[in-house]
Design a protein around this ligand. Structure first.
Ligand code: AMP
Length: 412
């Protein structure tokens, strides 16, 4: 029989990696809940239409990366490839627009994209993200960026750089797209075949191309930022002024395009020099039309997502300390179990001897667990309690006395 393995592009989180993930979750919770964001969790699969309508039919994600299947009820469902469209769906479905605005939400969840697997790029991956829905104030954009910056900094992500741009309103963008398409048509003979097929569908993606001829053409291409309407330019200036006073450094990138269609106005991306080809750690932007596109009232929104695997690859390792073991209980029969149950009820961290070790083996195990106390329980329930530090041993009269003894020592 062939060896069974985790599917391509997926991985197991083994216990030795769990501590770093827990640390990440704790920092994310502290940073985001400290700023008033509340956690949200949406289903792992959604109606396929949510993503084709929300993320955009011309995007790579919708065109070739979605895990889509038909269920027994003949419905087309898709494993979520991103978090913003589902959260906007939830916002509309639960009438969150009647709550006090903006609604501030965060998540730490798994996502699925059928991409070419490589270092830092998986088919099932985790993102931590935040969405602010219901306000178009430039302070929202600046705060989103600042929070992601804070999170990455606190997690010790090295070599961070921030790129910032503005896409303007859909109308300005549409006019610009026409202009760019015309420019690309005029230089078609130097472009890659892939870019040519996308001239009408998504000409902006030509800025992302690696193909040398395309890159040369794009160096002279019209720039979206030059085509912004005055109010969008003013909004962008306000965002920048706030980042400046907060000391968040960035590089203006007039060609920054992101792989999702719903962005309007501010877009941003953080990269880390410590990552290889997949250098993006996190990014996002404003998506003022998305809620309406999904059937809700006209509602502005802004948010970001950062890749957990890439954060862990580019961060200093700062694991949380292991839970201490207050008591390791060894012995045979049911008496050890009664002691363990009572000690746990009293709030102690207890581990039971589960492998029938010899006395010598038990001693080694207690040292490995760094247990502060060891209880040796014999068949008739007699308990000898040992303090690992002082190596003092004492017979105690029953489980309650043993627990009281440990608690007393703790409070000294
Ligand atoms: P996006 O939703 O495409 O804007 O991605 C936001 C962040 O998620 C990226 O900057 C990456 O850090 C991470 N990310 C996106 N796709 C993947 C993937 N296939 N594997 C691992 N991380 C990913």
């Amino acid at each position: 029989m062939p060896k069974l393995q985790a599917p391509r592009g997926t991985y197991d989180v083994l216990p030795e990696q769990a501590a770093a993930r827990l640390a990440l979750e704790n920092v994310a919770r502290r940073v985001l809940e400290g700023a008033g964001y509340e956690r949200i969790e949406t289903p792992v699969f959604e109606a396929t239409e949510l993503f084709s309508r929300g993320v955009g039919a011309s995007t790579d994600i919708v065109q070739k990366e979605m895990y889509t299947f038909t269920d027994a009820g003949d419905r087309s469902l898709t494993l979520r490839p991103e978090g913003t469209a589902p959260i906007c769906r939830a916002y509309v479905e639960h009438g969150l627009h009647v709550a006090s605005q903006p609604v501030k939400l965060w998540y730490l969840s798994q996502f699925f994209r059928h991409e070419r697997a490589q270092a830092g790029r998986f088919r099932q991956f985790w993102q931590v993200g935040a969405e602010t829905i219901g306000a178009d104030d430039p302070a929202v954009d600046a705060e989103s960026i600042l929070l992601l910056w804070t999170l990455l900094t606190e997690l010790g992500v090295g070599g961070i750089q921030l790129r910032l741009g503005s896409l303007g309103t859909p109308a300005a963008r549409a006019a610009y797209r026409e202009e760019l398409s015309a420019y690309l048509r005029a230089h078609e003979e130097r472009l890659s075949a892939e870019v040519i097929t996308r001239i009408d569908l998504n000409p902006l993606r030509a800025f992302d191309a690696d193909h040398p001829g395309t890159r040369a053409v794009m160096a002279g291409a019209p720039i979206l930022m030059d085509a912004l309407a005055p109010e969008d330019l003013a909004h962008f200036e306000e965002v920048r002024a706030r980042l400046d006073v907060a000391g968040v450094g960035y590089r203006l990138d007039p060609t920054l395009v992101r792989g999702l269609d719903y962005y309007a106005r501010t877009v941003f991306e953080f990269t880390s020099d410590l990552l290889g080809a997949q250098s993006a750690v996190g990014g996002g932007g404003r998506y003022d039309g998305l809620v309406e596109q999904l059937g809700g009232p006209p509602t502005p929104g802004c948010g970001w997502a950062a890749g957990v695997e890439r954060i862990l690859l580019s961060a200093e390792h700062r694991p949380e300390p292991h839970a201490v073991c207050d008591l390791y209980v060894a012995g045979t029969g049911v008496a050890p179990f009664a002691l363990a149950a009572e000690a746990r009820r009293a709030g102690l961290n207890v581990q039971l001897e589960l492998a029938g070790r010899s006395r010598k083996g038990q001693r080694k195990q207690a040292t490995r667990l760094r247990a502060s106390h060891v209880a040796l329980v014999d068949d008739d329930g007699a308990i000898v309690l040992e303090d690992s530090e002082s190596e003092e041993r004492e017979s105690v009269a029953g489980a309650s006395a043993a627990v009281a003894h440990i608690l007393k020592g703790r409070h000294l």
